[in-house]
Structures are given as structure tokens and as C-alpha cells.
Design a protein. Structure first.
Ligand SMILES: Nc1ncnc2c1ncn2[C@@H]1O[C@H](COP(=O)(O)OP(=O)(O)OP(=O)(O)O)[C@@H](O)[C@H]1O
Ligand SMILES: Cc1ncc(C[n+]2csc(CCOP(=O)(O)O)c2C)c(N)n1
Ligand SMILES: [Mg+2]
Length: 358
């Protein structure tokens, strides 16, 4: 039975994409192994990520969005290493066969796979047994020239600028809106925090709310940006767990401290939505936004460090890049206020085995 399902929703819809990539995909779906051939003189990059219903996505999320996000978070890891995708495998565990969900999932998956020219080359489909949650596990393969150093987290240098793409925290805002829709905000926030979050959500422009939910459901992995940074960035991570926690991976691995400017972090938002500074109570809202930005998650933007000599070259890649701070000798993450006073920030990461909090 699963063979028909695989054929209908995976082998057949992805056949054209596999064919278009026959130089790098020697064998695709239907054999005991897939066979891939990275270009000569290139290293093979491999990354894997699992999404669990109720943990990484909501049960009522549209199936195409779940398909899109499943590959997006894997492509984002390739982006963080500056690698070009060459293919992926898909492991699906389903509590039951819901044909229309699988069709929607496959359509969203094909959309992102085509966008990034990344063919599906194999996988595994099983019953989830007594488990009621859908589980999606993807392994993505990519390539980059052997002389590229892969932006290892330990390669950052003192004096490097710290950059981010897009609007880190936007997806977290989307998550808060989803919790609010489901009436479960209070499960995740203390009563003192919930007031400021609810107030912030109540004054947000509707258009921003829609973009926030879209950022959560359908993040756009920065694959082209990652490759454009080769030869410019020293270290890079993708923002999956939240800016403060993910940047801490770089500072810890490189034995450095990061000093982030409050006004630069706020300007990430104000550049896109200048009206946020005009809201009544904007000082408090910008403060709440700052926390959301630092402790967010699900952004799938890139955070990278680069020597200041590369500033012009980096700015010319993409105008949606913001320089938010610098690396120094020392350790930890620090926020610097306009009056140059500094306060320490804890690197907060999403923790799988703990209750999420702001
Ligand atoms: N079960 C495991 N077995 C072997 N290595 C693992 C396992 N789980 C995680 N790792 C490795 O630990 C490192 C950190 O894993 P993590 O999933 O946090 O990656 P990340 O890129 O920081 O986050 P994300 O996957 O959300 O992008 C990665 O190099 C990953 O390959
Ligand atoms: C329904 C729902 N609840 C919570 C979240 C938030 N969330 C879940 S996992 C994760 C970190 C990245 O995962 P990983 O470390 O496994 O790559 C984050 C920020 C969500 N996206 N959907
Ligand atoms: Mg990552």
C-alpha cells in the first residue's frame, strides 16, 4: 500500500526535477540506495532535521506549509555552510494514511524543492504505530568547492562585525499569534510577561501579523546568500533556536564575546516597519520586541561574522542585511545601550526537553 502512496506523491511528482539534475543524481527513488555525484573538486555537505507534529508545527497547519517548512529548515543548514543543495531524502512516519494531507504535503515540498533545484532522491515511509503525531525527517545533501572553509562556528575573529539577514524574531511573533489563536499563550508565559506580549500583539499592524505567521509557517532559507558570503564571512549559523542562543554557538566555539547594539537590533524592525516607533507606548513595545528578537526561534535567517574590510562587499550583496554588533576578546553576549553601558544577555535557546518560555 505504501508503494502506491510513494509513487503517487513522491516518485512521480518529483520525476522531472530528478531528470533535470541527472548530472548529480545518478540513481533516484526506487532502488536500495540513491547515488549522488557532487561536482569534481567539491566537498559533500550533509545535514538532517526532524519535524514532529505538535512540537515543530501545529496539527492544523496547512499541509503544503508543513511540506515547505520541512525542507526549508534543512536547506537553511546548507545555507549556513555556504553549500549548494544537490538532493534530499525524506523519512515519513504517519499515524494513518490521510491521502489529502500527503498530497498537500507533497505539493508544498515540491514547490520549495523546485525553487532551490533540490531533487528528492529517496526516503522511507512507515506507520507511526501507536503514536498519534506525524514525524518528518529530512536529510539534505549539498556541495561546495574544497577550498571553501564552510563557515565553521570556531572561525570567527575578534573585531569581526556580526550580521543578520531578514528580521529575526518575526517568526517568534508568528508563534505567539498562533498560541494566542489557540488560547494557549498562558501555558508559556508568566502572568507578568503575558501582559506586555498581549499589548504588543494588540497594537501590531494587521499586515505585520500576517507576515509573522507566514515567516513561521514558510521560512525562506537563505541559500543564495550563504553562497554569496564565501570568501567574505568567517563564521555563520542559521537561526533555528533563536538569535542569542545560536550566536552563542559562534562565540563559545571561537572563544570570543559578542556585543550587540540595542539600536541596531531595533532598527532591524524599524527599517521595515517605521510605524512601530509611532505606536503609543512604543518604548515598552520595542523592549518586548528586543526580547522576542533575541530569544526567538524558527527564523531560518543567517547570522554571520565578517571582518570590517568586507563591509561594502557584504552590503552590496543584499540590502536586507543588518550589522548588529561586533566580536571582542572575552566571553558571553552583551547588549550595548546608546549611552555605551553594557548588560549581559543569556544565550537562550529553544530546549526540546523543557517548557518553552520567553
Ligand atoms: N543524535 C545525534 N547523533 C549525532 N549527532 C547529532 C545528533 N543530534 C545532533 N547532532 C549533531 O550536533 C550538532 C548540533 O545539532 P543541532 O541539531 O542543534 O544543529 P544546529 O544546526 O545547531 O540546529 P538546527 O538543526 O536546528 O539547525 C550538529 O552537528 C548535529 O549534527
Ligand atoms: C507547534 C510549535 N510549537 C513550538 C514551536 C517553536 N519551536 C519548536 S522547535 C524549535 C527550535 C528548532 O527546532 P530544532 O532544534 O529541532 O531544529 C522552535 C523554535 C513551533 N515551531 N511550533
Ligand atoms: Mg543549523
Amino acid at each position: 500500500m505504501e508503494f502506491d502512496l510513494i509513487h503517487r506523491h513522491f516518485k512521480s511528482p518529483f520525476a522531472a526535477l530528478v531528470k533535470a539534475n541527472r548530472d548529480s543524481v545518478l540513481t533516484g527513488i526506487g532502488d536500495d540506495c540513491a547515488a549522488l555525484a557532487p561536482m569534481p573538486g567539491h566537498g559533500l555537505y550533509v545535514s538532517t532535521d526532524t519535524l514532529v507534529e505538535g512540537v515543530h508545527f501545529f496539527s492544523d497547519d496547512p499541509a503544503p506549509a508543513v511540506g515547505w517548512k520541512s525542507l526549508a529548515c534543512n536547506l537553511s543548514d546548507l545555507a549556513a555552510c555556504g553549500a549548494q543543495p544537490i538532493g534530499f531524502t525524506l523519512n515519513l512516519s504517519l499515524p494513518l494514511i490521510d491521502e489529502s494531507w500527503v498530497a498537500g504535503f507533497s505539493a508544498g515540498l515540491l514547490e520549495i524543492a523546485s525553487t532551490f533545484n533540490c531533487p528528492l532522491v529517496g526516503g522511507d515511509t512507515t506507520s507511526a504505530g501507536a503514536n498519534t503525531a506525524k514525524t518528518i525527517s529530512i536529510t539534505v545533501f549539498g556541495e561546495a568547492p574544497l577550498q571553501h572553509h564552510g563557515f565553521h562556528r570556531a572561525l570567527a575573529k575578534a573585531g569581526d562585525d556580526v550580521w543578520v539577514s531578514g528580521t529575526p524574531g518575526l517568526a517568534r511573533l508568528g508563534l505567539l499569534l498562533e498560541y494566542q489563536r489557540l488560547g494557549s499563550l498562558s501555558r508559556f508565559y508568566s502572568s507578568s510577561e503575558i501582559l506586555s506580549v498581549l499589548e504588543l500583539l494588540s497594537v501590531m499592524p494587521q499586515s505585520l501579523k500576517q507576515l509573522a505567521v507566514a515567516a513561521l509557517r514558510q521560512p525562506f532559507p537563505r541559500v543564495n546568500l550563504g553562497q554569496s558570503l564565501r570568501g567574505k564571512a568567517n563564521a555563520c549559523v542559521d537561526l533555528s533556536d533563536g538569535l542569542s542562543g545560536d550566536l552563542a554557538h559562534i562565540t563559545t566555539a571561537s572563544g570570543l564575546s559578542a556585543v550587540l547594539a540595542v539600536h541596531a537590533l531595533q532598527s532591524v524592525w524599524l527599517k521595515r516597519w517605521p510605524e512601530l516607533s509611532q505606536l503609543p507606548g512604543s518604548v515598552t513595545f520595542l523592549d518586548t520586541l528586543l526580547n522576542i528578537t533575541l530569544q526567538g526561534g524558527d527564523d531560518f535567517e543567517l547570522c554571520f561574522t565578517a571582518e570590517p574590510t568586507h563591509l561594502d562587499a557584504i552590503q552590496s550583496i543584499n540590502t536586507a542585511l543588518c550589522r548588529i554588533g561586533q566580536l571582542e576578546a572575552g566571553e558571553g553576549l552583551w547588549l550595548s545601550q546608546p549611552n555605551h553601558s553594557r548588560q549581559r544577555v543569556l544565550g537562550v535557546s529553544y530546549k526540546h526537553f523543557a517548557e518553552p518560555t520567553l
